[in-house]
Design a protein around this ligand. Structure first.
Ligand code: SAH
Ligand code: SF4
Length: 353
């Protein structure tokens, strides 16, 4: 608005119209004078966010969306309802105490930060796409609004968690990711304490993240996925650039809130990372960090063309028991939307999936 020669408070009016009223056309922004609306239109400005163009519904209530941007490229977002009082979609334990009688919806929304991903983790289907492009801040926040619209989510009434764990590496699109967070906090009214961002361990990104003020800082999850550097480098080539110790050093710079914990995500690959010795090694590793931490275990979800196997249920349980026995909180993330390829690491931009 300032660039258009208008006073700055016109920007506030515009943001109000876009993010609270969620107008779909310039004409609906009645707080702006008509001549200004006409001028913006003539200059080529348009109003609107990314659109849900396809919906896949799972029998467990999960929905996967293809969300389309202006250039026709699609990314995926996922809606995971939580009706059973169990863990939230970010793997944390349920927080029933915060319920109010008006709460109508409890769900976790997972959004993407890039079209594809450049990180090339060997077990992940998104990696197969390579990086197509970054999403803009509006496109990242817009996924959330599109899902809000679809489910009639009302901020303040409903309890919605947000995870930046869809397609892409948020910390390789840092500025847009953080701008989206600020939009969602300032304009939409979401709490950063209900948001979790997951990174494969991009150290410069984590260092910048550590400098963000808590009012705009989501919780942090690190995709550990291996008990040591040797295995991690095989699974996640990025580890040769930023090995575990470098990632942990960067994470230590984050000024955690009271009771806040760092999440270590750990994908269990049958025979490869799910053995009892691995569990003991992970327990030692996590304890050595000295961080208040918890571990989210994710049984590997299969995908076409990836030659790993899903761990046996007993191995998963034993792994969890070893961590818990060593005093490390560990949760098993229940796979969601497996029948529609919406589970972790299955977010490949396919319509056949
Ligand atoms: N790029 C970020 C965020 C998106 S991936 C990151 O890697 O952290 C979100 C989580 O899904 C990561 O912890 C990743 O390790 C996990 N994941 C990837 N592929 C998976 C698969 N096939 N099965 C289960 N989890 C997977
Ligand atoms: Fe990218 Fe995350 Fe998949 Fe690795 S696990 S390829 S960082 S989306």
């Amino acid at each position: 608005m300032v660039e258009a020669g208008e006073p700055a408070w016109r920007g506030k009016q515009l943001a109000e119209a876009l993010y609270r009223q969620r107008v779909t056309g310039l004409d609906e922004i009645t707080t702006l004078p008509k001549p200004l609306r006409a001028r913006l239109g003539a200059e080529g400005w348009r109003v609107g966010g990314p659109k849900i163009v396809q919906v896949f519904q799972s029998k467990d209530g999960t929905e996967r969306y293809l969300v389309q941007g202006d250039d026709g490229q699609t990314v995926e977002a996922v809606w995971m309802p939580e009706g059973d009082g169990g863990e939230s979609g970010d793997g944390s334990d349920g927080e029933a105490a915060e319920e109010t009688p008006q709460t109508r919806l409890r769900a976790t929304i997972c959004v993407s930060s890039q079209v594809g991903c450049a990180v090339n983790c060997q077990f992940c289907l998104t990696a197969k796409l390579g990086l197509q492009r970054n999403l803009t801040a509006g496109e990242i926040a817009g996924q959330v609004l599109a899902v809000f619209e679809r489910h009639g989510v009302q901020v303040g009434r409903d309890r919605v968690n947000l995870v930046f764990m869809g397609m892409g590496e948020p910390f390789l699109n840092y500025d847009s990711f953080m701008a989206a967070v600020r939009l969602l906090v300032t304009e939409v009214g979401l709490s950063p304490q209900r948001m979790t961002v997951s990174t494969s361990g991009i150290v410069p990104g984590i260092e910048r993240f550590a400098q963000e003020p808590n009012e705009f800082r989501p919780k942090l999850a690190i995709s550990l996925n291996a008990p040591n550097d040797k295995v991690r480098t095989e699974l996640m080539p990025i580890n040769s650039k930023w090995p575990i110790e470098a990632v942990v050093d960067a994470v230590r710079q984050v000024k955690l809130r009271p009771r806040e914990r760092i999440t270590f995500e750990y994908v269990l690959l049958g025979g490869v990372t799910d053995q009892p010795a691995h569990a003991r090694e992970v327990a030692r590793l996590v304890r050595r960090t000295g961080l208040p931490a918890k571990v989210n275990l994710i049984a590997w979800n299969p995908g076409p063309g990836i030659a790993y196997s899903t761990p046996k249920f007993d191995a998963v349980e034993a792994f969890r028991a070893t961590l818990v026995g060593s005093g490390i909180p560990a949760y098993l993330r229940r796979p969601r939307g497996l029948d529609i390829f919406a589970a972790c690491g299955q977010l490949k931009r396919t319509v056949e999936g």
